[in-house]
Ligand binder design. Structure first.
Ligand code: ZN
Ligand code: ZN
Length: 448
């Protein structure tokens, strides 16, 4: 107990206590009885049970320690949303198909391997927030998350983080982004991460990039949209450009006509054309409702709001659509728009799929981040320089300790979830199945 008491709370843990008892307390006790050899036997024959987690936790409590947590957990329940569930089942079934595709290989055939990808952020103030504390010990945590480092990794279950030499250049399937400069511009946020995932080419058909009204194309315009085709009601493929050339400012002219009409004033069409004529033709974005009307998806004067209220989910059942942006985004040419990651991986001959939203348990790299972070938290001294100099060590900690088998363990665990989802189970059911499986698996191993 005295050794636990003198320890920094952040380093107190049940495994640490168990190790201390095994390596220091037990040999000492047994040595007192002058029976060192028997003592060594006792220790090596000690199975897990006499020092079980529950027993050690009970001791810690009896000694006056309490397990405190420094932050509340947040829960998400987006994973049972209709669209998420639909995607999850379809996706999981496809993943199981690919998983089964491991036939006996012919000469020039290759084994199919799941290469998974994700990004994660490590913060310099991210420390262990649960500690064994005595009554008079308090946790004082620094304010804010501190500076951050972003990691982007590709991993496979056979090689983990892939390393190799191509044309004399050493390559690693991991990129570490350090914050750029000292004025704080280099801070990454969650927003950077998600937008990264969704990186599309600059001319991609992405409805959310479209402006609500007609807008003139200028050199400062962020996105251009490539020309596309759509299938009309008669099954004919028709081209569509997202832009139109305007020789006069039609909007302004229409405004004046309406104003004059309202006041009962006469107007001369030719004079108006002259008044609003552009010196040069101007290229304008067509406007999202006009794009839909051209495609015959919306009647001539049929109203439709341009976009749903922020934060409310789109309604796939609404006719003609809950909003113009969603309706357009669901058109085949927009849906088929591949993001950059997909474009690049498909080009290199790989199959590509996106994990369902809210389901990090399906991506085994999350477990890799988890252990790397746990290690980083234990070693946290709230200094960015420490985090920066040791980040590789934290990331490699797992493989250094357990080799590649640890990756396969994560991989198979994630696949048990995918299997459960492919059979239509929801999150709670999947959790139960995995828990039951792990229990059986462990008891089988013990019996052998
Ligand atoms: Zn591999
Ligand atoms: Zn909508």
């Amino acid at each position: 107990m005295s050794s636990t008491r003198s320890q920094d709370p952040v380093r107190r843990s049940i495994p640490a206590l168990r190790q201390h008892i095994r390596q220091e307390v037990l040999p000492e006790l047994l040595e007192l009885e002058n029976n060192v050899e028997a003592g060594a036997d006792v220790i090596s024959s000690q199975p897990e049970h006499p020092l079980s987690n529950v027993a050690l936790a009970t001791y810690l409590k009896a000694w006056g320690f309490d397990y405190k947590t420094g932050k509340d957990q947040t829960y998400f329940d987006g994973h049972e949303r209709d669209d998420v569930v639909r995607y999850r089942i379809k996706w999981a079934q496809q993943m199981m198909e690919w998983h089964k595709l491991q036939p006996s290989l012919k000469d020039n055939e290759k084994k199919m391997v799941l290469v998974t990808h994700d990004e994660s952020i490590f913060y310099s103030n991210d420390c262990k927030v649960t500690r064994w504390c005595e009554k008079n010990e308090f946790m004082i945590l620094p304010k804010g998350q501190g500076r951050s480092i972003m990691i982007s990794s590709f991993m496979c279950p056979c090689h983990g983080t892939m390393r190799g030499t191509v044309n004399g250049v050493n390559l690693i399937s991991r990129v570490i982004f350090f914050p750029g400069n000292s004025n704080g511009d280099g801070y990454w946020t969650n927003k950077d991460l998600t937008s990264n995932h969704k990186a599309f080419a600059d001319d991609a058909l992405v409805a959310s990039r479209m402006t609500s009204g007609t807008s003139e194309v200028k050199s400062s315009t962020m996105y251009r949209f490539r020309d596309t085709t759509y299938v009309d009601r008669n099954g004919i493929i028709k081209p569509q450009s997202m832009y139109t050339m305007e020789s006069m400012d039609l909007d302004a002219a229409m405004k004046e006509i309406n104003r004059r009409r309202a006041k009962g004033q006469a107007f001369n069409a030719n004079a108006l054309v002259e008044k609003y004529r552009h010196a040069q033709e101007r290229e304008k974005f067509k406007e999202i409702l006009r794009l839909l009307r051209e495609r015959g998806l919306l009647g001539r004067n049929e109203p439709l709001r341009r976009v749903c209220v922020r934060g409310t989910p789109h309604d796939p059942q609404a006719k003609p659509g809950c909003c113009a942006k969603y309706l357009l985004s669901q058109q085949p040419d927009f849906k088929a728009q591949k993001n950059m990651l997909e474009t690049q991986t498909s080009k290199a001959g790989h199959l590509f799929t996106l994990y369902p939203k809210y389901h990090c348990e399906c991506n085994w790299i999350e477990r890799h981040w988890g252990t790397a972070k746990r290690h980083a938290r234990m070693e946290c001294d709230y200094s960015f320089d420490t985090l920066k100099s040791r980040i590789e060590e934290f990331l490699d900690h797992d493989e250094a300790a357990f080799g590649h088998k640890i990756n396969r363990r994560y991989y198979y665990r994630a696949y048990r979830y995918i299997d459960a989802y492919s059979k239509g189970n929801d999150v709670l059911e999947a959790d139960d199945i995995i828990k039951k499986f792990s229990k059986e698996y462990r008891s089988h191993r013990r019996a052998v």
